[in-house]
Design a protein around this ligand. Structure first.
Ligand code: FEO
Length: 390
């Protein structure tokens, strides 16, 4: 296990979790990494840590450069377990003092017990020798205690979860990998973790926009050095609620009636030249749904009625969606029912507070859509497409 030098005297000493397939309840098909960094200076400093089961790998990478006992300081930018889980043992092995935000001190103490910690304030600078570290509080990216650390002389921004991706790679930088793949994982990450925090993304941008940055050293996935303005610009567009002129139709079905409606709606949208994605929830993982929601101007949600309510998969995704608050998007609801309805009403109730607007009339069809029902569904899609284009 070797460290990877990313700048003069700064090393990546993180770990690769090739087999991670679930994070925060969503799938991570390309694995992930937990990135930690070692800065060699008068005070040898470790930036962040790793998930506890991977601690030996991080220590081995550190040991390829220095004796881990020589570490003086550990900066904890984020107290969540994927970065801080290994902190208590790392402190035990090195004796290093932990440097973190005020809320970080609280979170670490409550999660891991008493440790030797030093609190730093927003904007505070700390000299570690030839270098200066500046701490920038970034509340809610991804937790209230989170912060960035900026290595002033090296112009390296340690950005913790922000700009990261669940993407495991033997390469470390953006210009060494397929950007289409990386951007897909960036959007999945943003949609499933950071989407509720657009305002905080904008506030963070105000704090970093004047900084010269050579490397954005994330806590997950690849580091940015060649597409820094692209990734920051993409975050700002998402934070501002910018969407594409497109729709996503998500649904589930018991006996195929709601599916027939979904297909006709999709065809109606497509017939107007508006791109649309059709996703059946039984076979589509929720992180993929949210990635499509992130870019779509209209979210169309359908469910058959089951036990006077919605299908369980639709209850799952609408509950998940509500928490991620995809505000500013329009939504339309549809579904077939048998002896009594209930799914459409339940979907709208479940999405109350999600920040979606419902400007379209609901579309409900009793039993299976015959020719008339298919035509109604198609027209429903046409109307949605027209509203997207105007
Ligand atoms: Fe990568 Fe919010 O932890």
């Amino acid at each position: 296990m070797e460290a990877v030098q990313i700048a003069d005297g700064i090393y990546w000493v993180g770990v690769l979790d090739w087999n991670a397939r679930n994070f925060h309840g969503f799938k991570t098909p390309r694995g992930t990494s937990y990135n930690a960094y070692l800065i060699l200076d008068e005070k040898i400093t470790l930036i962040d840590c790793v998930k506890l089961p991977f601690l030996a790998e991080m220590m081995a990478r550190i040991a390829s450069v220095i004796d881990p006992k020589d570490i003086d300081l550990i900066v904890s930018n984020h107290a969540e377990g994927d970065h801080a889980g290994g902190l208590p043992m790392t402190q035990h092995l090195t004796g290093a003092e932990i440097v973190t935000s005020k809320k970080g001190v609280d979170a670490l103490r409550l999660n891991y017990g008493t440790m030797k910690m030093r609190e730093v304030k927003d904007g505070e600078e700390l000299s570690i020798g030839k270098r200066t570290l500046r701490f920038i509080e970034t509340p809610m990216l991804h937790w209230p205690e989170s912060m960035f650390t900026y290595a002033v002389e090296d112009q390296v921004l340690f950005s913790m979860d922000a700009f990261g991706q669940h993407f495991c790679s033997s390469e470390r930088f953006d210009d060494q990998v397929d950007m289409c793949v990386v951007m897909e994982e960036v959007s999945t990450y943003y949609a499933n973790i950071l989407m509720p925090f657009g305002n905080q993304v904008k506030k963070t941008y105000e704090k970093i926009k004047e900084l010269p940055i050579k490397i954005v050293a994330t806590s997950h996935g690849i580091l940015w050095r060649s597409h820094i303005q692209d990734i920051i610009g993409t975050y700002l567009r998402w934070a501002g609620g910018e969407t594409e002129e497109r729709a996503v139709v998500i649904y589930d079905t018991m006996w195929g009636s709601t599916e027939k409606m979904a297909e006709a709606i999709t065809e109606g949208i497509r017939s107007q030249g508006v791109p649309v994605t059709l996703l059946r929830l039984t076979v589509t993982e929720r992180s993929t749904v949210m990635r499509e929601v992130l870019r779509s101007r209209v979210v169309v949600i359908g469910s058959c009625t089951m036990n006077n309510g919605m299908f369980p998969t639709v209850a799952d995704i609408t509950t998940y969606m509500k928490g991620l608050r995809p505000k500013g998007r329009k939504a339309a609801v549809f579904g077939s029912y048998g002896w009594s309805g209930g799914a459409v009403k339940a979907i709208k109730e479940n999405l109350e507070g999600a920040g979606l607007e419902f400007p379209y009339p609901d579309l409900e069809i009793k039993f299976s859509p015959m020719k008339d029902g298919v035509e109604k569904s198609h027209a429903f899609g046409v109307d949605i497409a027209k509203s997207i284009k105007t």
